[in-house]
Structure formats: C-alpha cells, structure tokens
Design a protein around this ligand. Structure first.
Ligand code: F6P
Length: 374
C-alpha cells in the first residue's frame, strides 16, 4: 500500500476542546514522516472553497492549550450531494492531496466515508482516517471522543456552583446540558456532580413519567428530617438536551405538581429553577486528558495514512478487547483501527438506545435511581 505524500487535516462539525492537540500532532508527526501537510479551513466548507494552506510547525506551535480549533469548523449540509463532493475531490486532486485526517463526529466521519467512496473516487488516490471528536460521546466503538472529558469537567464545575446556591435555599434546579440525541454527558456528569436525578433520551420516558420522576425525587429529598443537618435538602437534576420536553415546559409542569403535592409550602420556595448550560459546555481550555487523547489518536491517524491505510477511525479502547472488533494499531496499545462503516452503523444503534452499551447505561441508572433517594 502506497503511503500518502500530501495530507490534509480538517476539523468539522461542532468544535470540541482538544481538537487543536489533534491538529498539532497530525501536522508534526506527518511532516516528520516526510509528508506535506495542509490545513483545510472550516471543515468540508473550506475543501469546497479551496481554502487549504500548507501547515508549518510554527503554525501549530502553542495551540495545544487552546479551546476551539485553529482551522475553524462548519456543518456543511451540501456535502450530502454527489456533485458537491465531486467539486471537493477536484480541489484535493489539483493540489495533489492524497490523504485526509478528518477530526470530528458522526456527520463528519460520514462525510469522510462518502468522499472516499471507491465508486465515486474512480482512480483518484484518496485515503481517509477519522479521529473521533465530539463532546457528545455519541460515536460507537470508541470509549471516548476528543472533547468529552473537558465538557464533563465544565458541567461538573457549573453544577458544583449551582449546588452551593441550591443548598443555601433548599431549592430544586433542573440543569440542561448539551449532548444532542445522546445522554452520555448528562449521565456521567450526574454521577460526578452527585446529582439526584439524570434525565436522558435513551430511557424513552414519556413527559408524564418524567414529571412524576422529578416530583418523586423532590418529595424524597424534602421528606428527609430537618434535624438531619448533614443531608442536603436541595435537588439537582441534570437533563440531557435530547430529552424532548423543553426545559421551560418541564418547569411549568413540575411546579404545578409540586404545588399540589406540597400545598402548605411557600410557593416561591418550592418552585424549581432552570439553568441551560448551552454552548458553555463546548468551550474552554482542553483538559490534560483531552490534550493527551487528541495527540495520541492523531498520531496513529497520520501514521496510518503514511503507511497507506484508509477507511478507518482511530478508536480509544482498553488494550484488550474481544477479537474481531478491530485490529491493533501497532502504534499505541490504547488506539485501535476500526472500520469506519462499522463505526457509523453501530453509532446509529447507540443513539437509538439499541446497542448493548446503550442498554447497559439505561439499566445502570435504573438500578441506582432508588439508591440515590435514600
Ligand atoms: O455535537 C455537538 C453539539 O454541541 C451538540 O451537543 C449540540 O446539540 C450541537 O452541537 C449544537 O450545534 P450548534 O452549535 O450548531 O448549534
């Protein structure tokens, strides 16, 4: 297999802290391996606009600690159309770019697969390797994507702050976090923040059930004896944005039920407060873990292109996994090369809550829910 000689690097979709670490590692390792490196601006949009410039070591110096991505990012819906992809391929061919490191999530890796579809490519030499990057952690067959760790830390820090004021007032807070259709960030940050309840789409609960679940949680916490000074009487609920009930509607419905349930309480004291963390969760300096993850995944990605590999995603998994799922990268014991098509198929199952991992997550929360309310 001929190795790539001119490698383009792009970041695409929602930016994720740690993307810069991946860009830096891919650029430095690729260059050291003898390839010419290009930075493609604003993801697939820059490929269409022919915005691809050589990336020198100086360009990537010092970017490791910065959030966002120096290359910029975009969501390029037109990329679903074959003629648009043909245009992008022509731009790559004109510059002789024969390898791509695509750093992004589900949509971005789907774009990579289409771009390098052998039937569409003809005899154009183009190899692609995906690097998972999305705060949502909704890509399958990798334990972690770039950005998740920083996002979790941001959420937990925000929840700790909210918990201070919630405790001072014995209040209930519903905190909405990003994650698109995936509840991973809500689930994990609920554990790390010591929340009383996590609401996530994979549970498949109806609006009525969700309202009852919240009221049950508030009631259990409020029934704790007032003399039990060490036990907090505040309630922290983390809601994934993928739960289809809008947070303001949830507040209205819950407040109504709480007033019925606790008619003697001061209405101002019992009503819930809502905080939507939104894009705050996506920003900030990457954690050490995300810098490490970005660097190690990109190292393997670019080395794979240099030795002629293609159509894979570099996955972060423990050094031993069941046979047949992937092949060892041979470069880093935590990095595996998994088939890009298999990743995207399994990702659909994960998001739909049908994969064994998604079912395990839901089951684990069912089991701990009552324990949390004691
Ligand atoms: O996929 C990352 C993500 O931040 C999701 O959590 C969120 O639903 C979405 O992107 C927001 O996208 P945009 O920034 O385009 O509004």
């Amino acid at each position: 297999m001929a190795g790539c000689k001119k490698i383009g690097i792009l970041t695409s979709g929602g930016d994720a802290p740690g993307m810069n670490a991946a860009v830096r590692a891919a650029a430095l390792i690729g260059r050291a391996g003898g390839a010419e490196i290009f930075g493609i601006e604003r993801g697939y949009r820059g490929m269409l606009d022919d915005a691809m410039e050589p990336l020198s070591p100086g360009d990537v110096q010092g970017i490791l600690r910065d959030g966002g991505t120096i290359l910029g990012s975009a969501r390029c819906k037109e990329f679903h159309d074959r003629p648009v992809r043909d245009r992008a391929r022509a731009n790559l061919a004109r510059r002789g770019i024969d390898g791509l490191v695509v750093i992004g999530g589900n949509g971005s890796l789907t774009g990579a697969l289409h771009l390098a579809d052998p039937e569409e490519l003809g005899d154009q030499p183009l190899k692609v390797i995906g690097v998972p990057a999305s705060i949502d952690n909704d890509l399958a067959l990798t334990k972690l994507s770039i950005g998740v760790d920083t996002a979790m830390n941001t959420i937990v820090e925000a929840c700790d702050k909210i918990a201070d004021t919630a405790t001072a007032h014995d209040r209930t807070f519903i905190i909405e976090v990003m994650g698109r259709d995936c509840g991973y960030l809500a689930m994990t940050s609920a554990i790390c923040a010591g929340a009383d309840l996590a609401l996530f789409p994979e549970a498949g609960r109806s609006e009525t059930d969700i309202v009852e679940q919240i009221v049950k949680t508030v009631a259990a916490v409020r029934q704790r004896p007032v003399t039990d000074k060490k036990r907090a009487r505040r309630v922290i609920i983390i809601k994934a944005e993928g739960v289809s009930v809008p947070v303001e509607r949830l507040k209205t419905l819950v407040d109504l039920r709480l007033r019925e349930r606790f008619p003697d309480s001061d209405p101002g004291g019992i009503e819930t407060r809502v905080t939507v963390l939104g894009h705050v969760v996506r920003g900030g300096r990457p954690s050490a873990m995300d810098r490490l993850l970005g660097s190690r995944l990109a190292n393997v990605a670019v080395r794979t292109l240099l030795t002629g590999g293609s159509h894979k995603m570099v996955a972060w998994m423990p050094p031993s996994i069941p046979d047949g799922v992937g092949v060892r990268s041979g470069v880093d014991p935590y990095c595996w090369l998994v088939d890009l098509r298999a990743v995207l198929a399994e990702t659909q199952n994960l998001i739909a809550g049908k994969s064994s991992l998604a079912r395990w997550r839901v089951g684990a929360f069912d089991e701990i829910e009552d324990a949390l309310l004691q």
